[in-house]
Structures are given as C-alpha cells and as structure tokens.
Design a protein around this ligand. Structure first.
Ligand SMILES: Cc1ncc(COP(=O)(O)O)c(C=O)c1O
Length: 497
C-alpha cells in the first residue's frame, strides 16, 4: 500500500514536470536596458497564464478535422460535435458538478461574459430580490455586472477583520443577510483574490447563504487554475455551490472562452438573455420557441468550439495530475515567495502573511516602501526581465482599502499633506503571480532584483521619468517589439518562403 502511494506521488510529480517543461514561452529572451540578453521570468499568470504544450499538440491534431457543430451529417461535424459535447462534460467533471443537476456552457469573453450573463439571468429569474451581497475584494467583473442589474450591491469590507487582514469577514456577510433577508438575490464572491491570492472560504459562504435562503455565485477566474473546486456532493448539501464562472485564458489556454457552470433550474423557465441561432427549436416570423435543452439554450450563435476543446484538453490533463496535488505544490511556492520577500526590509506585502491564519495561492502584491509601484514594475522588466503587473488590477476598492489601512500607521506622525502625498505614491501595488510552470528560482530572481532596487534607488530614479499618465519610462532604453514578432512581417515572410 505504502508503495502504491509512493508510486502515485512519483507519477504525479513526473506528469507535472512534463506539463511544466512543455509550456510555450518559458525560454523567451529579451534584450534589457543593460544591453544584456536574458531569459524572461513570467510572473503575470493572474492576468493570463502561458499556454501549456499539451494544448498546442492536441489542437494541432484536431485542427484538420475542425468543423462547425450543430449537424451530424458529415464526418468532421460528427467528430467536432462529439468532442464539443465531451468538452462540456469535462468542465462539469473538473468542477465536480453532478450532470443531473448542473450544466456548463461557454461564453464569449471570459469570466466577465459569464458574470454578466448570470446577473442578467438571475435578475429576470428572481426579480423580487433586488439586493446582491459581494465583497470589497472583488475584481470589477464580479462587481459591476451586479451594480448594473440590481438596485443595491453591498460590499463586505476586508480590513475590519484585524486578525486576518485582507480576508472576507463571514460575520459581516451574515449581518447583511439578516438585514436584507428575502431581498437578497445572491451572494457573489471570488474563490481566490486576484490581488493578494487570498483563498476565500467559499463553502462556508455557501452554507451561510443557503441558510438564509439565498444563492451563492463564485467567481473562479483565479481559483480554477490553483485550487480544486467541488460544486456538488458535499456531505452537507448546503455547502454545494449554485453557480461558478471561470476563464480559459487563466487556466493555460489562451484563445479559449469563459465558462458558466450552474444548477440547470436557475436558468430554466425564463427566456435566455441571449438569442439567435442554435438555441431555438422553431422560429416563425411572429414567434420563436427557445429550446429547453442545456447547454444549447445558453449558447446562441457559433460558440468558440476550438477554444472550448482546447480548454477541456487542459482540464483533463490537470485532472490526471489532480488539482489537490497541484494546489499543494503551488501553496509551497507561494509560502516560499512570502518568506523570501519578507526578508527584505523595505518590501511590504499586502494582507495577512501568516499561512496558519490565511491561505493564499497564485499571487501576492507588494510595494517597496516609498517607491512608486509603476517604477518598481518598470525596473523589474527593463533591468531584470521579470514580467509583473502593477496598479490596481481591476480591483480598485480592495487595493484602496488595503493601501489606506497601511497608511493608518503613519497617521499620527505625518501632516495631512504628507499623508496625501504618500497615499498618491501608493495608489497601487506590484503583483507577482505564479502558474504551475513557476519554480523557486523564479522567486529567487524576484527577491534578488528587489534587493538590488532597494539598494540602488538613486541609480534607478535617475534613469526614469514619469509621464503624465503616471507611469514611469526609461529615459533612453526603448523596446521595439516589431523585429521580434509582428503579424504583418510573419505573413510577408510566409508568402516569400
Ligand atoms: C478574480 C477575477 N475575476 C474576474 C476576472 C475577469 O476575467 P476575464 O478578463 O477573463 O473576463 C479576473 C481577471 O483578471 C479576475 O482576476
């Protein structure tokens, strides 16, 4: 028995290594401000993950047979229809949603498209419930669609929970549920923050929401690539999730669509909010009959068939390794990253960093004290070839809340003007984020670069200027991407070859 477990672990680690090493773009090199040419360290997976080689290889095999679905007449259509159906089932399996009760459908523009669809549908489905509870830590995509469709959106703060800075406070959610009772349509939370990488207790939140007779919608844009998702089959069914949305491009499949996985009953009994070909049983000039079949009724028009099949390829590959295993590996990496960055005096990491109190995965955000986030990000790119992202990451309220909390420690000693200047300086953060292809040496490269920046601030300041948009640019070093890649050049070369 012990041997079997050991072999399984070995197998998983070998499969993960194979996936990791196949990643497209791990060996990309750029020439830097110093003139040196170096391999890029990609720490921007929260925005978009790199493509896994398995997608490239499987899609190369599929493309000769590619065809539109919605007919079973010719061979290519039969093949594509079968694989496209399988791609839906694969999603259900990946998020552990019982196909009897749940359906998965693809949507055009990532999680954003999915959450807009969810908000519009639930407004139609339960029009008497005009309140949505969400948190301050949400990406705008899990905030603005609710604001657009409902009379009131309540944002649960995260810094009030002094013992777990940056986390959702369940007591506050419960209070809001008590206060707004039957008016609450749903509670919408992210599974993992795209700013701090903090993992939310979504199953506790589901239990709470269900206890008060409302629904739970989970934004899994960040969660899907890092943490297992279990929508149904909990011992206590109150912990099951009602709706989940995710983005293919954030789970190693660029050019793939978003997905919504929902209890069928929530999208039944009303007209789908998007109409067109593929979702109707019959059309006359004066009326039409939407089909009752899922997922067709939610996939008006021609879906991104190839993108969906590509995404399902990755989900199947990840499932073979198991998300529990990947989660465990990634948690070790984020802990290592926090440990390394915490050793640098001038670096401040946002949110509680104690792993015993707060679970994180995939991302962390920080600032070098009294140094602009845009300047830090530009230097990391131009001098160290480390790709990070900076500013507010489409999560302005959360970033503002965390930064303001950080500044409160200066409140006593600084004048209002000084405090304002400091707030201006830190109206944003630098984010380092990770995928399954990142390893400890990537973290070491980041830590070393940050130590260098902290030690040589004057040198870097002299070499940069700030433009009116607020971003910093190098005074002399300019990057031209055209010689590396341009579609026009590639097309011209292709014809010339
Ligand atoms: C937590 C979270 N939700 C939603 C989104 C929106 O995803 P997409 O741009 O794929 O629609 C993002 C994107 O960064 C995100 O991080």
């Amino acid at each position: 028995m012990a041997n079997t477990t050991c072999n399984e672990a070995v197998d998983k680690s070998a499969l993960l290594r194979k996936l990791r090493e196949s990643t497209t773009g791990l060996n990309v090199e750029y020439t830097l401000a110093s003139g040196e040419t170096k391999r890029r360290v990609y720490l921007d997976s929260t925005a978009s993950t790199l493509q896994l080689g398995i997608v490239r290889d499987v899609m190369k095999k599929y493309m000769p047979y590619y065809s539109n679905t919605h007919t079973n007449v010719h061979f290519g259509a039969k093949l594509s229809t079968r694989e496209f159906e399988w791609a839906h089932n694969m999603v259900l399996s990946f998020v552990q949603a019982d196909p009897e009760d749940y359906t998965a459908f693809y949507v055009g523009s990532g999680t954003t498209g999915g959450i807009n669809r969810i908000a519009r549908t639930l407004r139609e489905k339960r029009p008497e419930r005009q309140v949505v509870i969400t948190s301050i830590m949400e990406h705008h995509s899990n905030d603005l669609p609710h604001r657009r469709n409902f009379k009131q959106v309540i944002h649960i703060p995260t810094v009030v929970n002094a013992d777990q800075l940056g986390c959702i406070d369940l007591n506050r959610i419960e209070k809001a549920l008590q206060e707004h009772g039957d008016n609450v349509n749903y509670v919408a939370v992210t599974g993992v923050s795209n700013v701090t990488g903090i993992v939310n207790p979504i199953y506790d939140i589901a239990e709470l929401a269900h206890r008060y007779g409302t629904l739970v919608v989970v934004d899994a844009a960040q969660m899907a690539a890092h943490v297992p998702i279990k929508m149904s089959g909990h011992g206590n069914p109150q912990r099951d999730l009602d709706i989940v949305a995710l983005s293919g491009h954030k789970i190693y499949t660029p050019a793939s669509p978003g997905v919504v996985i929902t209890r069928k009953e929530l999208f039944e009994g009303i007209e789908p909010v998007e109409v067109g070909g593929g979702m109707v049983d019959d059309v006359h000039t004066n009326r039409y009959l939407p089909t009752q079949n899922f997922p067709d009724r939610e996939e008006a028009g021609t879906p991104n068939i190839a993108g969906a099949i590509a995404l399902a390829t990755v989900l199947y590959a990840l499932q073979k390794i198991s998300m529990e295993y990947i989660d465990n590996e990634e948690e070790k990496l984020i802990r290592y990253a926090i440990e390394q960055l915490e050793k640098i005096d001038d670096v401040l990491i946002y949110g509680d960093t104690n792993p015993k109190k707060v679970r994180r995965t995939g991302a962390l955000s920080f600032n070098i004290k009294e140094f602009d986030h845009s300047l830090t990000a530009a230097i990391l790119n131009d001098y160290f070839n480390i790709a990070v992202r900076n500013a507010c990451f489409c999560a302005h309220p959360y970033v503002r809340e965390m930064v303001t909390d950080e500044l409160s420690e200066y409140a006593e000693e600084l004048s209002n003007e000084e405090l304002e200047a400091l707030a201006e300086l830190h109206r944003g953060m630098v984010r380092a984020s990770f995928g399954l292809y990142n390893v400890r040496s990537d973290v070491d490269a980041l830590a070393e670069a940050l130590r260098d920046i902290c030690a040589n601030q004057d040198f870097y300041l002299q070499n940069y200027h700030r433009e009116p948009c607020g971003n910093f640019y190098h005074n002399t070093f300019k990057f031209d991407s055209t010689p590396i890649f341009s579609v026009q050049n590639e097309v011209n070369r292709w014809f010339a070859s």
